[in-house]
Ligand binder design. Structure first.
Ligand code: 9MR
Length: 350
């Protein structure tokens, strides 16, 4: 190899290490290592989290960053109904426990996800008809068994996920159709009985901006608070897409939920784009990550931000939106993207 090529490679390696927060050279060795996203967020009394999923945990380069850069972990699938109660009354905690144990080892907290949803349900539940009494008993048992299992081990629960349609009407799920809208208050009360210390959330997508769907949550949250139902927060998933525009009313929206005495959190953040990615799109994406981080920091009760996994290597987007992707702050080779540096900057890091 020619000397100039070698030098260039060494320079590129040093730049990559600096970008990854790894100190190089004598001067850097004397100074402190760069703070992580979690450490920067903690300076504002916030957390910075990532989702993860069990199959990824054999990837050691991946788990190294997962374990060091974040202080909150969400299991992407491991605590869902199909995974935890695959047969009626038969519970399986393998996947959820693996993630809780890993988080504990890394001194991270866990946003548990999710108890009541219309998706990823086991077939024993969806393949037959239930009377309201039967289904209420099934739901109560599932919630209380799972929440009790993780009592004292998780920070919060997404108790009900994705309960509304885009126009703010109730989604016609098995829960709504059989039990009526009261299933939401019931689920919160049952979860609270099983773990009085867990923070209990309603969680949904496309509720970042003020609009019919977030208005429905605002009204529901107000009603639940008035009835003293144990609701602690609203999770705004924030699955954003460059082609649909940035939700400019995000901060106002967070603020109105705070005014009800509720926490808010950005729970599943990603910013997808139509592929291929290019510098301009990555720059816009970085601006969006910066703006949403600033919005959370500006609102006292916005408690933290979670990205829906941290690397494009394990994003759910390409499988569900063909031709779209590049949605996360680290690329498929686990290299930090402009979005990562924008988040750091918004958190006051260099
Ligand atoms: O990340 C999850 C992915 O692995 C699953 O295949 C998918 C199935 O719907 O669910 C993904 O997570 C979803 C989350 O649980 C709720 N909000 C939307 C997320 C993306 O679909």
């Amino acid at each position: 190899m020619r000397k100039t090529t070698r030098l260039r490679l060494a320079g590129a390696l040093a730049a990559a290490l600096v970008a990854a927060g790894i100190a190089t050279g004598p001067a850097a060795q004397a100074s402190q290592k760069q703070p992580t996203l979690a450490e920067l967020a903690q300076r504002h009394g916030r957390y910075f989290g990532s989702a993860t999923d069990n199959p990824e945990l054999t990837d050691t380069a991946y788990t190294a960053l997962l374990g060091s850069e974040f202080d909150m972990i969400t299991p992407g699938n491991g605590m869902k109904w199909y995974a935890t109660e695959p047969q009626q009354g038969v519970f399986d905690w393998t996947n959820g426990d693996q993630i809780v144990d890993l988080a504990r080892k890394n001194h991270q907290r866990v946003r548990a996800h999710t108890l009541v949803w219309h998706s990823q349900l086991p077939s024993w539940l969806t393949s037959r008809e239930w009377t309201a009494d039967e289904l209420r008993a099934v739901l109560k048992k599932h919630i209380q068994t799972e929440v009790r299992h993780y009592r004292g081990k998780v920070y919060s629960w997404d108790v009900v996920n994705e309960a509304f349609n885009e126009d703010g009407s109730y989604r016609e799920t098995i829960w709504y159709k059989t039990l009526g809208p009261g299933y939401i208050a019931d689920a919160l009360r049952w979860a609270h009985q099983a773990d009085p210390h867990a923070r209990l959330y309603l969680n949904d997508y496309n509720i970042e901006a003020v609009g019919p769907k977030s208005d429905a949550y605002y009204q529901l949250a107000k009603d639940l608070k008035a009835q003293h139902v144990p609701l602690n927060g609203i999770g705004l998933q924030a699955h954003l897409a460059l082609q649909y525009g940035y939700p400019t009313t995000l901060e106002d929206n967070l603020r109105r939920f705070s005014a009800l005495g509720l926490d808010t959190a950005l729970t599943e953040v990603d910013v997808r784009m139509i592929l291929p990615a290019d510098d301009a799109k990555l720059a816009t994406q970085a601006e969006w990550y910066r703006s949403l981080t600033e919005a959370c920091l500006a609102v006292r009760r916005c408690v933290g931000i979670t990205v829906w996994d941290y690397t494009d290597k394990y994003s759910w987007i390409p499988a569900v939106f063909p031709g779209e992707g590049a949605a996360l702050p680290w690329d498929e080779q686990l290299r930090p993207k402009p979005a990562y540096f924008a988040i750091r900057a918004a958190l006051g890091g260099k």
